[in-house]
Write a protein that binds this ligand. Structure first.
Ligand SMILES: [Fe+2]
Ligand SMILES: [Fe+2]
Length: 462
């Protein structure tokens, strides 16, 4: 995908004879031919908003997201839905193919046919092209505007994950980290949270196992911002809270990988080291070049995020103090995200419902009760991302909580039933809907464990 993306971009800049192109053509060619040798054929196909490589759906990744997005847009604009390389490909064919492809007129329905005809006239018969399939019913479930917001949210989410990764890598390598970029992203996220928080909350379902630290930071930031919004914070305070949450575990960049990713329980020494991460976080932040972007409230927030109201957490204090508001907010977001994410030492995480139950049980000592109440109001009795079984015997995923507080148990649910081809229907239903007689059309009977049903919840939020 990346190679295809780069080649398409370069071809739009240089003409087909330019030597600057050679390297990229060659790299893409090598990739294609390696795959063809292994699999016999190479088909790249779009269905809805996904790419399929030889019928395998490709996962979004942080690194690949830009390429995905670019190819999806470029193909869709030209109404091309599939490209198949049927035999080992030659350099000249590939060059001709790319240029003919990018020169297709946008929105012309017969583009696929036209492209095939042009290829055939050049004696290239091993590359097949098919038009974009319009999947029916796609437009019904989501309005166009919502879809746009979702796209924006997705982009900001992945961009932020990428940026926090960059910041951490820079700090590890003792280079300067760019905090201003994080600030800009936090501001964009705030705009979205204010508009409709459910979209970004849905993004937190993307639990990326390998990228835990980065995803975790972004998720904690999303939850914290949503709490901050409910508390009526100003945009300036929200921005500070967003950055603090993004940087809350920055101290972990000083802890060796082996300790962070240890599959077994930590020994005393390792645990002591781990417990120093809030303090090390403060040190890192105070050493940032752009210290002007940081204020005391943010530094204290990072220091406080594992203290807990009864101060039973860490670091241990010499003198009693109140845990700061930023610290208390981040602590709730942090605990919830950590519990609901699979980790190397706990591969099957708690369901959102279980996590909330645990937090409620521990609330007096470990969480600010009032903030926890706000948080539950935010994620709902059935938190976004819960898999639920309905009295209609349908299975659905909680997609959005109902803004009306009397309806905390009647969220908007995305049905996950499949059509004949096995693709999810993606139908959104509102559980407050009643039939003619005034009784509810659908109600939640119980929650289900997605791991038992092999349902990849994140997929429904992308
Ligand atoms: Fe932490
Ligand atoms: Fe954390």
């Amino acid at each position: 995908m990346t190679k295809f993306h780069v080649l398409m971009r370069i071809s739009q800049i240089y003409d087909s004879k330019n030597v600057a192109l050679n390297q990229f053509v060659q790299e893409f060619l090598d990739t294609i031919n390696t795959l063809i040798k292994r699999e016999g054929v190479l088909s790249l196909k779009i269905r809805r908003d996904d790419f399929f490589l030889n019928d395998q759906r490709l996962r979004y990744s942080v690194e690949g997201f830009t390429s995905f997005k670019y190819l999806l847009t470029q193909w869709k604009k030209r109404l091309i839905g599939e490209v198949i390389f049927k035999t080992l490909t030659e350099e000249e064919w590939l060059r001709y193919f790319i240029y003919t492809f990018i020169n297709l007129e946008e929105g012309r329905e017969e583009n696929a046919d036209l492209l095939v005809r042009q290829l055939t006239s050049h004696n290239i018969t091993s590359i097949e092209v098919n038009p974009l399939e319009v999947v029916e019913g796609e437009e019904e479930a989501f309005t166009v505007q919502k879809e746009d917001e979702r796209e924006v949210a997705k982009r900001i989410f992945f961009e932020t994950v990428g940026t926090i990764k960059e910041v951490i890598t820079n700090i590890k390598g003792k280079q300067h980290a760019d905090v201003r970029k994080l600030k800009r992203l936090a501001q964009k996220a705030i705009h979205l949270v204010i508009e409709d928080e459910s979209i970004l909350l849905g993004m937190t379902m993307i639990k990326n196992y390998d990228e835990y630290t980065f995803n975790h930071s972004v998720n904690v930031s999303i939850y914290s911002l949503a709490i901050g919004k409910r508390l009526g914070f100003s945009k300036k305070t929200l921005t500070e809270l967003g950055i603090t949450a993004l940087l809350h575990d920055i101290g972990k960049s000083k802890i060796p990988r082996e300790v962070l990713n240890k599959p077994a329980a930590l020994n005393d020494e390792e645990w002591e080291m781990m417990k120093r991460h809030p303090l090390m976080g403060v040190e890192v932040v105070l050493n940032l070049k752009q210290l002007g972007e940081i204020n005391p409230r943010m530094v204290v927030g990072i220091f406080d995020h594992h203290l807990m109201p009864d101060l039973s957490g860490y670091p241990k204090l010499f003198r009693k103090k109140e845990v700061s508001l930023f610290g208390r907010i981040i602590q709730i977001s942090d605990a919830y995200d950590a519990m609901t994410t699979p980790r190397i030492y706990k591969k099957i995480p708690y369901t959102p419902e279980q996590a909330l139950a645990i937090m409620l049980r521990e609330k007096i000592a470990h969480f600010d009760p009032l903030l926890l109440k706000i948080f539950i109001g935010l994620v709902g009795v059935y938190p976004i991302g819960s898999l639920v079984f309905l009295d209609t015997r349908e299975i659905g995923i909680v997609y959005k909580t109902n803004p009306e507080s009397t309806w905390l148990d009647r969220p908007i649910v995305l049905l996950v039933d499949r059509d004949e081809e096995g693709h999810p229907k993606k139908e959104l239903v509102d559980l407050t809907e009643t039939d003619g007689g005034g009784s509810y059309k659908r109600s939640i009977v119980k929650t289900l464990d997605p791991y038992k049903y092999h349902i990849d919840i994140a997929k429904y939020f992308l």
